[in-house]
Write a protein that binds this ligand. Structure first.
Ligand SMILES: Cc1cc2nc3c(=O)[nH]c(=O)nc-3n(C[C@H](O)[C@H](O)[C@H](O)COP(=O)(O)O)c2cc1C
Length: 239
């Protein structure tokens, strides 16, 4: 399996998304035929202008010449796309959304029924056959990811790709105050990467464990109290 990771975190390796990706990558590399990671925050990618030249004038090719070019090449050569993003206002980061919108270039303008009977566009070129979502949030409740998961599944459906899992770990404020709380999930992520690269899927039981929050809301609030102390100390330094 050849994989492609789009890291939509604005904080890169410093963030919880970055740590989750490091663990997944270690696992994927044990059985992947190749893996490319793009740190979107370091790349210059313009928003889609909606000109639809990629559909009507230059099929499959976007008129904007920017850092999407290597991503297009990697998308065409990959079987797996990992969409990694922190939860920003209940959905994906602007960095990731901008890159995903530019993937419109893979679509033809014509209208056909897809495998599920819904009306969609056929393809100039195919996106990776499998999509995986990786995310984290500041708030501790797992349902904060509902809108993001719905958007991720819609992305996969629009590109006729299969969602192989959503791995969403809430409570990043506590996970940054006490990083060891994340250790078990990082080990599970490494395992998930290895199994996914080897078999093309992640067992339900492993996904369930990964999507069980590392700490409950009561414990989260206890740890978050340390965060409040830290915030107040920062504010008093400035005052
Ligand atoms: C612009 C912005 C919007 C955010 N919106 C949410 C949100 O809706 N829900 C939430 O739980 N966390 C929200 N957060 C918090 C981030 O999801 C959280 O800090 C996460 O750890 C950031 O990922 P990173 O550690 O990889 O940088 C937001 C953060 C930013 C910067």
């Amino acid at each position: 399996m050849r994989g492609l990771i789009l890291n939509g975190s604005a904080r890169g390796q410093k963030g919880v998304t970055g740590k989750m990706l490091d663990a997944l990558t270690r696992g994927l590399l044990k059985a992947s035929a190749g893996l490319k990671t793009f740190e979107l925050r370091r790349m210059s990618i313009s928003p889609c202008t909606g000109c639809l030249s990629c559909m009507h004038k230059t099929p499959g090719i976007c008129v904007l010449q920017d850092d999407m070019s290597p991503i297009y090449e990697a998308l065409k050569a990959s079987d797996l796309l990992v969409m990694a993003t922190p939860l920003y206002v209940d959905t994906m980061s602007a960095q990731l959304k901008t890159a995903m919108d530019r993937c419109l270039a893979c679509l033809q303008p014509f209208l056909v029924r897809d495998d599920t009977g819904r009306v969609r566009h056929p393809f100039n070129w195919r996106m990776p056959a499998k999509f995986l979502l990786l995310s984290t949030s500041a708030f501790p409740e797992p349902d904060v990811f509902a809108a993001l998961i719905a958007t991720f599944r819609a992305e996969a459906a629009n590109f006729s790709s299969k969602p192989v899992g959503e791995i969403c770990i809430p409570g990043s404020i506590a996970l940054q105050m006490e990083p060891e709380l994340l250790d078990r999930h990082l080990a599970l992520l490494e395992e998930a990467g290895k199994v996914l690269a080897g078999t093309g899927s992640i067992p339900e039981v492993l996904l369930r464990e990964l999507n069980t929050p590392p700490l409950d809301v009561e414990r989260y609030l206890q740890v978050a109290a340390k965060y409040e102390d830290w915030c107040r100390a920062q504010l008093s330094k400035k005052g």
